[in-house]
Design a protein around this ligand. Structure first.
Ligand code: F1P
Length: 461
């Protein structure tokens, strides 16, 4: 990494660029860190040298856009565009599960243009567990790209950073441990290349007792079908947006549940909050303030006062310097951990998790489709083909699969799934009880807590 990023080379930003890229949370963190690193460079009197690419474009920064994740050609095109005219590009692709075709396409592009690009892959699976399904539209797989990178890594022409982290608490929810590790890892690497002194990181821990309390309050709101609003300042506010965006694909949560003011144009300012959200808040809604003593605390207090007039369910995650040096990185990481705990815990209590599986995930790209099919197999013990059939029936809301449906592409299935609701719970209820889609819908209407509906079916099956 130091090859491109060390300060000597950074004096030549005309020719050099560092690009961070990823999908979903990995892409949002790529944006978050590229902006943070550029700020840090400017503070040290260097020109900004970092850029980012996120699958789905800037819309995906604050809303879930899983479909573009499946497109390796689009990934390569976006990388080409952002690095146009540069002579040396350090490309850092993040895919926690070593799985995203978008990132694989970019790495492949780098490998085919070694005169300009040095690829780095960050992920948290062993190389042999990289996804081995052909990338849409070509014969490559993520694993075959990783194998080529491993070969080049021997001569430091490519780099693979993939420490083992162990499984996520909620299977597949890489926004949590994977996202936090991405942040720690890249910050350590970049800081090492900025400074000449050895980098040590101590990350602050949060009072988890207090966090649990917040989770319960937040959950209360979600269970009442009301809203939870993160109201944040600076980078901590941005982390709130990142946490909220991922709840839709992970838990099938409606946007209005984990509420960040969002109109057609992403109205995310405090003024938008005052105009659009505050007037509708009730005592059942929860508001979580995210701020630190480096923010305008008087402004926070004013806003908190106005919120309190509407709901007593208001909580603060406040970082104070308090004698102990708490760097912005520590604040950010502990805020991320807290938010992950709040949103995951609340959705667990809301019944969106069974055992440690997300049972109401969205099926909006090939990875999520395969994950859903595996999950159905695991929970119903039916065969792979029976589970895929049930999944398709739930996606298309039919009891019999027509020839047309059977011949549709995976892309069409995942596109259609994006418009349907509770696809995985419906398929699971059908598999466990042998009932029709309509009957499964009725069961889920009668028992909207998905985990309880599933448990009831398992008991009677
Ligand atoms: C990227 C990602 C995740 C998201 C969901 C879909 O994963 O968008 O951030 O939670 O699982 O995939 P990865 O490429 O970093 O493994």
């Amino acid at each position: 990494m130091a090859a491109v990023a060390k300060p000597g080379r950074m004096k030549d930003p005309q020719d050099s660029l560092v690009v961070l890229s990823g999908c979903g949370t990995s892409g949002r963190l790529a944006f978050f860190m590229a902006s943070g690193f550029n700020r840090e460079l400017q503070r040290l009197n260097y020109a900004p040298i970092c850029s980012y690419v996120i699958a789905g474009g800037d819309r995906a920064l604050f809303s879930s856009q899983e479909a573009p994740e499946d497109d390796p050609t689009l990934g390569a095109l976006r990388l080409k565009k952002v690095s146009e005219g540069k002579k040396r590009v350090l490309f850092i692709g993040v895919s926690c599960g070593l799985s995203a075709p978008f990132v694989a396409g970019q790495l492949d592009f780098c490998l085919r243009h070694p005169d300009v690009y040095t690829p780095v892959l960050v992920g948290f699976n062993p190389a042999h567990q990289a996804r081995n399904e052909p990338l849409p539209g070509c014969t490559l797989t993520f694993r075959s790209v990783v194998t080529r990178m491993e070969e080049l890594a021997k001569t430091q022409k490519a780099f693979l950073i993939n420490p083992a982290l162990g499984p996520e608490a909620i299977s597949g929810s890489s926004r949590m441990k994977g996202g936090s590790a991405t942040k720690i890892l890249l910050e350590v690497v970049f800081s090492a290349s900025f400074s000449r002194t050895p980098v040590t990181f101590k990350y602050a821990q949060w009072g988890y007792g207090r966090a649990v309390q917040k989770i319960l309050f937040v959950c209360f709101s979600l269970q009442c079908g009301r809203q939870v609003c993160y109201l944040g300042w600076g980078s901590l506010g941005l982390l709130g947006l990142i946490d909220a965006s991922e709840c839709k694909p992970t838990f099938g949560s409606k946007h209005s549940e984990l509420l960040f003011p969002q109109g057609p144009e992403f109205s995310i300012s405090h003024d938008d909050f005052l105009d659009r959200v505050l007037p509708r808040l009730t005592d059942d809604d929860a508001v979580l303030l995210l701020y630190s003593d480096s923010d305008d605390v008087d402004e926070v207090a004013k806003l908190a006062h106005r919120v309190r007039e509407k709901t007593s369910n208001i909580h603060g995650a406040y970082h104070q310097t308090d004698g102990v040096v708490s760097s912005s990185r520590q604040r950010e990481l502990s805020t991320k951990l807290l938010l992950n705990a709040v949103s995951t815990g609340a959705h667990i209590l809301k019944g969106k998790v069974f055992k440690n599986y997300m049972i109401d995930l969205q099926v909006t790209n090939s990875k999520l489709y395969r994950r859903a099919a595996r999950l159905l197999q695991e929970l119903s013990s039916h065969s792979e083909s029976q589970c895929e059939e049930a999944l398709l029936k739930a996606i298309y809301q039919v009891d019999k699969l027509s020839e047309d449906i059977m011949t549709c592409s995976l892309k069409t299935h995942t596109h259609t799934a994006g418009k349907a609701k509770k696809v995985v719970p419906l398929a699971l209820v059908c598999l466990l009880t042998g009932c029709s889609i309509k009957e499964a819908e009725t069961r889920l209407e009668q028992q909207p807590i998905v985990r309880e509906a599933v448990e009831a079916c398992l008991k009677s099956s």
